[in-house]
Design a binder for this molecule. Sequence first.
Ligand SMILES: [Zn+2]
Length: 203
Amino acid sequence: MAIERTPTAVWQALREGNERFMHFNEERPNQDQGRRSQLTQGQDPIAAVLACSDSRVPVEMIFDQGLGDVFVIRTAGEITDLAVLGSLEYAVESLHVPLIVVMGHESCGAVAATQAALDGHEIPGGFQRVLIEKVSPSILEARAAGCTTTAEFEAYHVAETVDMVLSRSPEIKAKLQQGKVGIVGVRYRLSDGMAEPVAALGV
Ligand SMILES: [Zn+2]
């Protein structure tokens, strides 16, 4: 079944997929031989998703999508860098996805480690330091805004990441203003499987 390629229709389709996943009622679409064969000719995903790398946050499963349906970028703490922004711009500009989803989650280790580091606990060494550096601004702003719970920090970091993508990528921001792309932030709940919206623009 073809989905209308508008930000609103795609977001609706992903929400419906998440609803199926939540209730163990998955359709597992687009995972047959016909789909495999079709995809050798190219890809036409309906959305780009930037999610945390956490093993408990499998994007296609959470939204009940199949092969070729979502263009996925995952980093610990769904942090952004030039490679992430380049990948998102590729999805929007070249693959014409009408929706970007930023997905954080319940019990995120990157958010917890950042809270701990800001409270004076040890900062991880090596390249892991970047995880703390990239999540810290969100936590500091969230604290200034009066947030106190880990759930609030996780949601705030997602919303901040949505803003960051738009402020760093004039291309994506222009597409949002033209109504060609929407951007949604969600906090995935491990406990009940819901991708809970925390920010939504253009959908
Ligand atoms: Zn995480």
